[in-house]
Design a binder for this molecule. Structure first.
Ligand SMILES: [Zn+2]
Length: 645
C-alpha cells in the first residue's frame, strides 16, 4: 500500500501539522502571529532533518529521472537529473537541493511544454553537509532538470582500475549512498524523510554491465546502454549504482547473485539459502514487496559488510567463508526489505528504527533457517561487542532515540547502539509479551507504515496503543522509557546465553591456567562464532610463547577467516608479537571493509612504532581503499586510536 503523499508529509513533519496560534493582538514584547508562525516554521524545519538543506515542507521530489554516462577514464558520472515536484507551500518558488562536490552546468524548469533556464546558486561547501543548491523559479513548475557531473573524489563513489578487480581486465565502480553520500553523485533532497520513485538511463563502455537498486534483468544484454525503473518510493540513501564485469548466477526463483565471473559460482553456493530466507521472513512479517532479491558481490574494498539497496543488496566478498558461517549478513540485508526500506527512519537520529529492527529480524531469520544455537551465539558475541564499544561511545549517543544530529555527520553518530541495543530492546519486548503477540505487533508496524518514513515518537505511540495498552501489566512506563531514552544498558537487559560458547570459555580458562594444550581442546565442530569467542575472551595481551602456541595449533596468523583475523591481529599488536606483521600488512592491503581493519589500525596507532608501521601499510593500501575507509584510517592515525564503528 502506498499512502498519499500529503499523509507522508504530515507524518514526517509532526510540528508542521500543529494548530496555528489563535488570532489575537500581540502584547508588547510578544511575537505577532506572523512572527510566531515564522518561528513555528523554523521549529518545524529544524524538527525534521538537520543533515539536509532540503525544505520538504515547501516542496517534495516525487520522482527522479537520471540520464548519466559512466566515464571510467575521468572517474565521473555526467549527465542530468530531472525531478518531478509536488509543491506543498503555495507561496514557495525556490527549490533547495543537497549536493557535495558536484559541478552544476545548468538548471532548467519545465513549463507550458518547454524547458527554460533557471537561476541557481551553489553555496560554499560545508565540510559535513556539502553545498546547498538553491534554484529560483519564476513560478511553481512541475519539473526541474539539473545538468551536472560528479567529481573523482565523490564521497559516495569508488572507482577501481582493472588491476584492483578479480578479473584484472575491466574497470569497476560502485556507489554507497548511506548515510548522506547520495548528494555526491546526484543533486537531490538527501534526507530519508523524502521518498521518490526513479528511473535511469545509464551508458557505459560496451563491455561493462551496469546495475542499479531497481529492476535488474538477469538476461539483460551487455551493450553499454541500460534503462532502469524503481516503481516503489525509496529514500535517497537507497539510490545505488554499480558497473563492471558482472555476470548473473541464479540461486532461486526470485533471487540471484551478480559478481565478477570468477566469484559468481562460489557466491551462488554460499548464498544458496537466500530463497529460504525470503520465505521465512515473509511467513513472519508479510509479503516481500520488492519483486526480485539479488545480491551484488563487490570487491574486498567495499567499506561495509552489506548495503540493503532495494532489489540488489551490495555485499562484501569477505562473508564468503565457504561454510555459510557468515551468511547472517544476507539475513540482515534481506531483513531491511521490511525494516528500513519499507518503514524508514525519517532522519538519522532514529537510525535504530532501521538497524535495531533489522538486527532483530535478522536473528529471527537465522534462527529459523540455521537453528537457535547459531542465533544465540551471535547474540552473545554482539552483546559483548556492544558493551565493549559503549565504553568509548559518548553518553548522548548511547540512546536509541537520539537528539537531532545538528552539526553532526550521521556516520559519526552511528554505532552498535542502534543495531544491538535496538535488537536487545525488541528481544526484551518479545520476552515480556510472548512471541506470538510480539510477531503480530511487529507485522502490524510494517504493514501500517509501509513505504513511509517514521521517527521514534511515532514508534512509541504505536507501541503504547498496539502492544502495551492492549496487554496490560507486562511492562512499565519506566522500563520502556529507560530502553528508548536512557544511556547505557537498562536494568531489564537480560544477557543472551549460549551453552556452546560457555564450553569455549571453559576451554580457554583451562588453557590459560596451563591445564590444557590447544590439542586437548576438541575444535572439530567449531564454527566461526566459537573461534571468535575464544579470542575475544583472551586477556588484553599474551606472551610471545602463548601466541606462538596458538599459532602453531590453529594458524590464526594468515587465516582466511576475516572474523578471526579482525580479532587476532589487534591482540598480536598489543602483545608486540612481530611475527604477525607480514600477515597484517597483507590483510590491511587486501581488505577495505572498515569493521575488519579498523580494530587493527586502532591497536597499531597506539604506539610510535606501531603507528609508523600503520602509516607505511596505509600508504600502500590507500589506492585500493574506498573514500569512507580512507577517512576512517586518516582519523585514527591523527587521533592515535580508532573510534568504535
Ligand atoms: Zn543494516
Amino acid at each position: 500500500m502506498r499512502l498519499p503523499a500529503v499523509f507522508l508529509v504530515a507524518l514526517v513533519l509532526p510540528l508542521a501539522a500543529c494548530n496555528k496560534p489563535a488570532q489575537e493582538p500581540a502584547k508588547p514584547g510578544e511575537p505577532t502571529v506572523a512572527q510566531a508562525s515564522e518561528q513555528h516554521e523554523e521549529a518545524a524545519m529544524s524538527s525534521h532533518d538537520p543533515n539536509s538543506y532540503a525544505e520538504p515542507e515547501k516542496v517534495v521530489i516525487t520522482h527522479v529521472a537520471l540520464d548519466l554516462n559512466v566515464d571510467f577514464a575521468k572517474k565521473v558520472l555526467a549527465g542530468s537529473n530531472t525531478v518531478d515536484l509536488d509543491w506543498k507551500d503555495p507561496a514557495a518558488t525556490t527549490l533547495v537541493l543537497d549536493t557535495r562536490d558536484l559541478d552544476i552546468a545548468k538548471v532548467e524548469g519545465f513549463d507550458a511544454g518547454a524547458w527554460t533556464p533557471l537561476k541557481f546558486e551553489l553555496a560554499d561547501k560545508d565540510k559535513i553537509y556539502g553545498s546547498k543548491l538553491t534554484i529560483t523559479l519564476p513560478k511553481q513548475m512541475a519539473k526541474v532538470k539539473i545538468t551536472y557531473a560528479s567529481r573523482p573524489e565523490a564521497s559516495g563513489l569508488q572507482w577501481l582500475t582493472p588491476a584492483m578487480t578479480l578479473g584484472k581486465k575491466t574497470p569497476f565502480m560502485f556507489s554507497q549512498s548511506e548515510a548522506i553520500h547520495a548528494r555526491s553523485w546526484v543533486p537531490l533532497q538527501d534526507t530519508p524523510g523524502v521518498r521518490f520513485t526513479y528511473e535511469a538511463h545509464i551508458t557505459t563502455p560496451k563491455d561493462v554491465m551496469a546495475l542499479m537498486s531497481a529492476d535488474n534483468d538477469p538476461k539483460a544484454e551487455r551493450d553499454g546502454d541500460y534503462s532502469f525503473k524503481m516503481p516503489q518510493p525509496i529514500p535517497s540513501y537507497l539510490l545505488a549504482i554499480s558497473a563492471g564485469d558482472l555476470v548473473f548466477a541464479p540461486v532461486g526463483e526470485r533471487a540471484g547473485v551478480w559478481a565478477e565471473p570468477a566469484m559468481a559460482p562460489k557466491a551462488a553456493k554460499e548464498f544458496e539459502d537466500t530463497e529460504k530466507m525470503i520465505t521465512t521472513a515473509e511467513s513472519l512479517y508479510g509479503p516481500y514487496r520488492w519483486g526480485r532479491y539479488d545480491i551484488l558481490v563487490l570487491p574486498p574494498s567495499f567499506p561495509y559488510g552489506g548495503m540493503e539497496n532495494p532489489r540488489l543488496t551490495f555485499a562484501t566478498p569477505t562473508v564468503i567463508a565457504g561454510d555459510k558461517s557468515l551468511v547472517s549478513l544476507i539475513a540482515h540485508e534481506l531483513a531491511h526489505s521490511w525494516s528500513g526500506n519499507l518503514v524508514t527512519n525519517s532522519s538519522w537520529k532514529d537510525m535504530w528504527l532501521n538497524e535495531g529492527f533489522t538486527s532483530y529480524v535478522e536473528s529471527r531469520i537465522t534462527e529459523a533457517v540455521y537453528g537457535r544455537e547459531l542465533a544465540d551465539m551471535e547474540a552473545v558475541i554482539e552483546q559483548h561487542g556492544l558493551i565493549e564499544d559503549m565504553k568509548q561511545i559518548p553518553e548522548k549517543w548511547q540512546k536509541l532515540a537520539q537528539d537531532p544530529l545538528v552539526g553532526v555527520d550521521p556516520d559519526d553518530a552511528s554505532s552498535q547502539v542502534s543495531y544491538i541495543k535496538g535488537k536487545w530492546f525488541l528481544s526484551f519486548l518479545e520476552e515480556r509479551y510472548g512471541r506470538e503477540t510480539f510477531d503480530a505487533f511487529l507485522r502490524k508496524w510494517f504493514d501500517s507504515h509501509a513505504f513511509t518514513s517514521q521517527d521514534s515518537a511515532e514508534f512509541e505511540r504505536f507501541l503504547r496503543a498496539e502492544l502495551i495498552d492492549k496487554n496490560p501489566g507486562k511492562t512499565t512506563h519506566e522500563e520502556i522509557h529507560e530502553w528508548m531514552h536512557g544511556a547505557g544498558l537498562p536494568k531489564t537487559a537480560k544477557p543472551a546465553t549460549s551453552t556452546r560458547l560457555d564450553a569455549v570459555d571453559e576451554a580457554r580458562t583451562h588453557w590459560l591456567a596451563g591445564h590444557m594444550k590447544p590439542s586437548d581442546i576438541d575444535t572439530s565442530a567449531w564454527m566461526t562464532q566459537e573461534w571468535v569467542r575464544f579470542i575475544e575472551g583472551l586477556p588484553q595481551t599474551l606472551t610471545e610463547a602463548q601466541l606462538a602456541e596458538l599459532d602453531a595449533a590453529w594458524h590464526f596468523t594468515g587465516t582466511a577467516n576475516v572474523e578471526i583475523a579482525q580479532r587476532w591481529y589487534p591482540l598480536t599488536v598489543r602483545s608486540n608479537y612481530l611475527a604477525a606483521r607480514p600477515a597484517i600488512e597483507s590483510y590491511l592491503i587486501h581488505i577495505g571493509r572498515r569493521k575488519l581493519i579498523m580494530p587493527t589500525y586502532g591497536a597499531l596507532v597506539a604506539t610510535p612504532d606501531g603507528k609508523a608501521f600503520a602509516e607505511k601499510v596505509f600508504a600502500k593500501a590507500k589506492p585500493g581503499y574506498h573514500p569512507i575507509t580512507i577517512a576512517s584510517v586518516e582519523a585514527a592515525i591523527a587521533a592515535g586510536n580508532a573510534k568504535p564503528l
